[in-house]
Design a binder for this molecule. Structure first.
Ligand SMILES: [Fe+2]
Ligand SMILES: [Fe+2]
Length: 114
């Protein structure tokens, strides 16, 4: 659902790392060990959305920490992270709205199927 935006975040961050003279590490084998959120397999739609919401909240905390850490040392990177943080907060809002509305959506589906 938010996958394109997440890819956009990865691109922005990679671009900034290159601008700062670093080398972004895209290797999938070390990605899980470096990730702040852990991957959990969910077997129901509700559980899946709950896990997504937890991951968004972990991302929000991580971006907040990075922004605090940067403080005024690197305003460009900070602005970028603040933009990403705002989007992650929207994701979390959308997912929690979805969770709240879900029983209703499922009920409506049943009615529509009759
Ligand atoms: Fe993201
Ligand atoms: Fe997100």
């Amino acid at each position: 659902m938010h996958a394109n935006e997440e890819l956009g975040h990865a691109d922005l961050i990679a671009e900034r790392i290159v601008q700062l003279g670093g080398e972004p590490d895209f290797s999938p084998d070390s990605l899980t060990s470096r990730s702040h959120a852990e991957y959990v397999a969910a077997d129901s739609l509700v559980d899946m959305i709950k896990e997504d919401l937890i991951a968004e909240r972990i991302a929000i905390d991580s971006y907040r920490e990075m922004i605090q850490y940067l403080s005024d040392q690197d305003p460009t990177t900070r602005r970028m992270l603040e933009g990403i943080l705002a989007m992650e907060e929207e994701h979390a809002d959308e997912l929690s709205d979805l969770l709240n509305d879900l029983p209703l959506v499922l009920k409506e589906k049943k009615v529509a199927a009759k």
